[in-house]
Write a protein that binds this ligand. Structure first.
Ligand code: FAD
Length: 320
């Protein structure tokens, strides 16, 4: 069976959920060979193997931390040459997409970004993309070189399929360009203690109806009672009420949690593009005609400042 390279997104050896999804999808195309780079790379092997990696190629060197992505592109190219895979898959993170694009240029291959599904077709992997604010779904196939594909988070449910994959050292020699851009400082984003937006099982989002940054704690309190991430509509983000990193939608993040609660959000198509695949959707809106109600599983017509705090209290009471 052909091997498929899967780039592992991890933090000091802790594999992030989008990579588990990627390993799950990769198994439809061939046998996943994971590639993990940087500090803790070898520690990813057990998790990668649990999700089907038959081999885990690892490399650590100061270059991965000290310079921007080119050392990682060098490493992926080395892995590509060593494995001769049927496809190379990356999570659709900013870093994943940059490495993927550079690798595709180097190996003379076509690239598909932001796939939401992947299957094996008669002539190679077929990627599904959601385009024009999710108004259309396209299926495409790469016709030049080895398919390089990035896949959005929450495109598949991770399914374990234990395989033998053990960490193997990957030989990497760095190109002249690898040290062209040095990282001079890093600033950790202030931690909220909440789950990552794209990985959270529950997301509570606020929109223009929240009325101001000073009112967002109403949304945050519900999120915290549920152990949820906080999202925001573009209207709330553009008004400066919440950071852009929390924006859900076409020009923000795509989320697909078990439960999505929209408070004071009208349900514009560009917002829906980022949340409509959520398993259960709940909306609180004082306008019974708001388009979000066309999409919901449960809708509450009411003032969010009355409904949301009651919901928060109810959740807290039930949790004891
Ligand atoms: P509104 O549409 O103004 O809706 C506010 C809602 O709150 C109303 O339905 C109102 O009835 C309700 N409300 C008001 N007060 C209360 C209250 N007290 N209690 C309960 N309900 C209340 N938008 C995104 O969200 N994400 C994107 O990524 C995105 N990308 C875009 C890209 C492009 C190219 C374009 C053109 C637009 C994009 N937009 C995006 C913007 C989008 O079109 C909408 O303008 C935006 O989603 C509206 O945000 P909203 O629902 O919070 O505000």
């Amino acid at each position: 069976m052909a091997e498929v390279l899967v780039y592992v997104d991890h933090v000091d050896g802790a594999v992030r959920k989008p990579t588990l999804e990627l390993l799950t999808l990769a198994r439809r195309i061939g046998e996943p060979v994971a590639v993990a780079l940087g500090a803790g790379a070898a520690d990813t092997a057990a998790t990668a193997a649990e999700y089907g990696a038959v081999r885990v190629l690892t490399a650590d060197a100061p270059e991965f931390a000290d310079y921007l992505v080119v050392p990682k592109v060098d490493a992926l190219q080395a892995a590509y040459q060593a494995v001769n895979p049927a496809a190379v898959l990356f999570p659709s993170s900013a870093e994943g997409k940059e490495i993927a694009a550079r690798l595709a240029v180097r190996i003379g291959s076509g690239i598909i970004t932001d796939a939401v599904d992947l299957e094996q077709g008669a002539e190679g992997p077929v990627a599904t993309q959601s385009v024009f604010a999710a108004a259309y779904t396209t299926k495409s196939r790469i016709t030049k070189g080895t398919p390089v594909i990035t896949v959005k988070p929450n495109s598949a449910a991770p399914e374990a399929a234990p395989a033998a994959g053990a960490a193997e050292a990957l030989e990497v020699s760095f190109s002249e360009q690898a040290t062209g851009t040095k990282v001079v400082s890093r600033a950790a984003r202030e931690s909220t203690g909440r789950p990552d937006l794209t990985e959270a099982a529950i997301v509570v989002s606020g929109g223009r109806g929240v009325g101001g940054a000073e009112n967002f704690p109403v949304v945050e309190a519900l999120a915290d009672s549920l152990g949820a991430a906080v999202g925001a509509s573009r209207a709330a983000v553009d008004a400066g009420w919440y950071p852009h990193t929390n924006q859900v939608g076409q020009t923000g993040k795509t989320v697909s949690p078990q439960l999505y609660i929209a408070a004071g959000i009208s349900g514009a198509i560009q917002h829906r593009a980022g949340m409509q695949t959520s398993k259960t959707i709940v909306a609180v809106n004082k306008d019974a005609e708001a388009p979000i109600f066309d999409l919901v599983d449960y809708g509450v017509v009411g003032d969010l400042f009355e409904v949301v705090p009651q919901l928060t209290e109810e959740v807290k009471t039930r949790k004891g």
